[in-house]
Write a protein that binds this ligand. Structure first.
Ligand code: 5GP
Length: 251
């Protein structure tokens, strides 16, 4: 059997050469890391859940016309996605103060922000993904002004979609991070949502109890991460509506 070509291995995913031209296979690992990989563990079932949840969110985005890299799920841990050139920015949208914003600005976690706030971090693990401004982005040529307009619009559309989807199942979307890819359609280039959207890259709090259902459970040692992600999946109907402790997939 021919061995497929590994293109890249990150902290939570492995990318392999795709089965069709212009595609990539995205494999979701069970590895969890936090604080720039200072804290590490293997969480049984996390990769399976994130593969399903990212499929769910990306498919919904496609349905409302937000371009993204998702093509189809291949199996429990893998999905076929469009190959794109990743813009070296982490695009963060915040609806409520939490995490680094609370630390940096001294705003209590959970404070509602006057409007969604979009932040950009330069993607470089060796620097700890530092916060940058549009001035840095333009001056260093990471993205053009037109790109920045498109990125802002994509980020806000993802925020509206994700906030609504989560609200419908009693979850508050506190903040999230997305990555953006550049693709070429003939002579034209456009920007699409890439990477993943999952509880690894969002803050999700139960609206009633404030219970954390995201990667902060791992970062802050608040309990079992798979249980938290399974709860999100169960509420969204991605997992059967039973007392699942392990991810059991419907079809
Ligand atoms: P903060 O800046 O408060 O640490 O993170 C803001 C939001 O972006 C959180 O939802 C967090 O999960 C997400 N985020 C920030 N940096 C990363 C990252 O390097 N990887 C992932 N998966 N999510 C991130």
């Amino acid at each position: 059997m021919a061995r497929r070509k590994k293109i890249y291995e990150g902290k939570a995913k492995i990318l392999y050469e795709g089965t069709e031209p212009g595609t990539i296979v995205q494999y979701f690992k069970d590895d969890a890391t936090a604080f720039n990989a200072e804290k590490k563990d293997v969480i049984d079932g996390k990769g399976v859940l994130n593969n399903r949840l990212s499929e769910y969110f990306m498919t919904g985005l496609t349905q409302i016309g937000v371009p993204n890299h998702f093509i189809r799920r291949l199996n429990m841990r893998e999905q076929l996605v469009r190959n794109c050139e990743i813009v070296p920015l982490e695009v963060i949208v915040r609806n409520y103060a939490a995490g680094t914003m609370s630390k940096r600005l001294g705003i209590a976690e959970g404070t509602q922000l006057p409007r969604p706030i979009v932040e950009y971090c330069y993607k470089d693990d060796s620097l700890g993904d530092p916060l940058v401004t549009e001035e840095h982005i333009a001056a260093f040529g990471w993205a053009s002004q037109q790109d920045m307009d498109d990125i802002l619009s994509l980020a806000l559309r993802v925020n509206d979609f994700m906030s609504g989807v989560m609200l419908a199942v009693g979850i508050r979307l506190v903040d999230f991070k997305i990555e953006i890819g550049r693709v070429f359609d003939g002579d034209y280039q456009r920007l699409i949502v890439a990477d993943e959207i999952s509880p690894d890259s969002c803050r999700l709090w139960d609206i009633e109890t404030g219970q954390k259902l995201d990667k902060d459970v791992f970062r802050r040692d608040l309990g079992n991460l798979t249980d938290a992600y399974s709860e999100v999946a169960r509420r969204l109907g991605v997992l059967p509506n039973s007392n699942v402790t392990k991810p059991t997939l419907i079809n």
